[in-house]
Design a protein around this ligand. Sequence first.
Ligand code: NAP
Length: 498
Amino acid sequence: MITGKNQIGFTQTATGNVTYKTINPLLNKENPTVFYEATQQEINTACALAHKAFHSYSQIKGSKRASFLSAIADEVEALGASLTDMYMQESGLPEGRAQGELGRTLGQLRMFAELVSQDKWRNSTGAGNASGLKKALIAIGPVVVFGASNFPLAFSTAGGDTASALAVGCPVIVKSHPMHSGTGEMVATAIIKAAQKTGMPEGVFSNLNSAGIEVGEELVKNTAIKAVGFTGSHTGGRALYNLAAQRDTPIPVFAEMGSINPVIITQEALSNRGSQIAETYAGSITQGVGQFCTNPGLIITVASDEAQAFVNDLANNLSKVEEGCMLHPRIQSGFTSGEKEMAKVPEVTFVMSTDSSKENHAAPTLAVVKGVDFINNSQLHKEVFGPFSMVVLAKDEAELLKIIENLEGQLTATLIAQDEEVATLQGITLALQDKVGRIIYNGVPTGVAVEDGMTHGGPYPASTDSRFTAVGNHSILRWVRPFSFQDFPSTLLPDYLK
Ligand code: NAP
């Protein structure tokens, strides 16, 4: 059932008069549903309900919250093709991607359900002692989640941020992404159904629509909100981070923002298998039309004949990749203007660039620049979101290290090398470790496994807090705080500390 209304607790409302529609980027036309931007009163109601729900929701047994999360997964799964059709209409992404992302979303919900079905995640200490200090992790309070444009399911309404926050006992208000509000509304309706079926308090979840920044700003400013999860642009993430810091009571904003994900390729690797690396990387750069936060936007190697052959091979492989439909006209225009900014820099050479022939589509672009020019111009370090990558040719190993040292924080780095030379790569590895949250050996950065071993985050500006991951079980640590009871009577203690 699609209504275009806001879902506030167990009620659907649309009292405002500001409306918008989503866009089908493949057809380059608006989808039919009219969405209503949330009013100030609806924002206040959602926050008040979340505040009210917090005590009862955070106190219920973990096994009950686990049933709620499993029920969300079941309800979302039951939406079947109607959900994936909506996803494709609003994102232009293909069916395989829709199915894959749906599977990941359901898997994450069920993974967090299992995690909190027992209280081990609380890391309790002192339970069972007759007296003294007892400590455990407790929920931080109501959380606002901003849906991500590039993951309409896995990083949006019932995505990783929502699932991890609900798992530990935080009510969630989602600010739906305006590019896929229909997908968001279907999932929100499934979450509310699951909440009602499993007896959760009203206000445990709300979904607010908006096409402008005001609704998100008001949510972050509301005193009921205790933390924020965000995936998107550096501009948006930083604006929300600043806003949260300016509150009388500042709150954490866990923003996952842009990244160019440097790839370092050694001379040995290029000599042994340059063509194969070029082929693999043409696939990684253009996967999902380059619209991944882990897209390899920067390839660094030492200038040589092998490096030149690699650039030619990569350009040749990229030229065989067909242009692809981007998520939204706004994302496509961002890609074009990002390319244009790079093209204005005289030291940058575009070795492969094709204008796309269809609306909202993008074709791959490969740029090359010398190491010294890259170091001296921080504009070249910016993300061009889409199928864009820049090869930086260092004059020698020392300059290659200097390039790494001059990089901003990143989600990932990749080291492509021959096994025989790994003993010589300790310096590069340590330099990269300072800059990133995850380092990959002889692979590609695209593809994020939802596992305990995964770190999806990194030093600023890749994220606002490098101590946390946005993916995997450990992502719950963003939504909890340590709490101690001292010399407390057993009757007043929660079960997990008795
Ligand atoms: P975005 O512009 O950062 O928007 C994400 C969400 O934050 C939207 O709901 C947006 O609201 C809200 N928002 C943005 N600025 C805000 C502000 N100042 N105050 C309050 N709310 C704000 O990202 P996007 O729409 O997903 O895509 C735009 C660009 O972001 C892309 O072209 C790409 O460059 C980058 N991006 C990067 C990644 C990555 O992982 N590296 C992922 C996605 C996007 P409204 O849309 O309603 O204004």
